[in-house]
Design a protein around this ligand. Structure first.
Ligand code: SAM
Length: 286
């Protein structure tokens, strides 16, 4: 059967004493076909070690367990952990870790596949990007969040999240998932994306400076660069005349460009100018 009925979901939840908790993003996928498409997108092969975050009722986990030589599932809810342990008791390739995915040590894996709890989307995504030697992740997010991950400079969705994420990785949309594919139905739409680490292109001379600069100016994505820089310098108690130093020292960037339209190359160039100015004592340390 392709779809779990609401009655089947309810009886599983009852058996393991789980009351779906919004705060933990407990909207469980009922549609096994959609789950199989998510797992197909991960192209799991015989050398892969896979991590699932939030196993839930195991609809995704069952396909992952079938295809993965080694599967780790991190789940925070003890009733669901008991259920997953029962379901996978005779599958030696499956390892269930009870705990908070934001805190437990990640196992050594090269792929991550998950229908994430949306309240921790940002934190868990950056944790994955920074702590896992990732070949590929296939992750489901709230639609608007996913749109910001794939957004192009200049578009309405291009935001500080897009800049920070795209510094590390590329995302590509796999599919939208309607809310009726879940129990209980979420009030938001969902989108699955594929994520790979970015290995080419420009990287900042000093990444700490880059992320502080982005955090500082991106509160004003629709402002012209010159204005956004000025406000940021004021906020950090620096001399606003430094704006000209930064702009004159960065080739190919005009102060009239809207911040939102600047691509990674231009943002990195600006950050590198600021790093150089800091080194030469001509800009306050951040
Ligand atoms: N993978 C299942 C599915 O597709 O139906 C469940 C997805 S559900 C959106 C999110 C799951 O993550 C829930 O099972 C929830 O208990 C679990 N979860 C929530 N916060 C978590 C955390 N901080 N660490 C680990 N698991 C968490």
């Amino acid at each position: 059967m392709i779809l779990l009925s609401n009655r089947e979901v309810l009886s599983l939840l009852q058996k393991y004493s789980v009351i779906p908790d919004k705060k933990r993003g407990q909207n469980f996928l009922k549609d096994r076909y959609i789950a199989s498409k998510i797992v197909d997108a991960a192209r799991i092969s015989k050398n892969d070690r896979v991590l699932e975050i939030g196993g839930g009722l195991g609809v995704l986990s069952q396909w992952l367990a079938r295809d993965s030589p080694k599967l780790y599932i991190i789940e925070i809810e003890s009733g669901l952990v008991r259920m997953l342990r029962d379901v996978f008791s005779d599958q030696e390739n499956v390892n269930i870790i009870e705990g908070d995915a934001l805190k437990v040590e990640f196992p050594k894996v090269n792929k991550v596949v998950a229908n994430l709890p949306y309240s921790i989307s940002s934190e868990i995504t950056f944790r994955i990007l920074q702590e896992i030697d990732l070949d590929l992740a296939v992750l489901m997010y709230q639609k608007e969040f996913a749109e910001r991950l794939v957004a192009e400079p200049g578009s309405r969705e291009y935001s500080r999240l897009s800049v920070d994420f795209q510094y590390f990785a590329y995302a590509e949309k796999v599919m939208d998932v309607p809310s009726y594919a879940f129990y209980p139905e979420p009030s938001v739409e969902s989108t699955v994306v594929k994520i790979r680490m970015r290995k080419t292109g420009v990287f900042a001379k000093n990444e700490e400076v880059f992320f502080k600069f982005i955090r500082g100016v991106y509160s004003y994505p629709n402002k012209q660069l010159r204005k956004a820089l000025k406000i940021w310098l004021k906020n950090i108690g620096a001399d606003t005349n430094q704006v000209s130093l930064v702009l004159n020292g960065t080739k190919g960037v005009s102060g009239k460009e809207r911040l939102r339209s600047l691509n990674q190359e231009k943002l990195v160039a600006l950050s590198d100018t600021i790093s150089d100015l800091i080194t030469r004592g001509r800009f306050p340390p951040l």
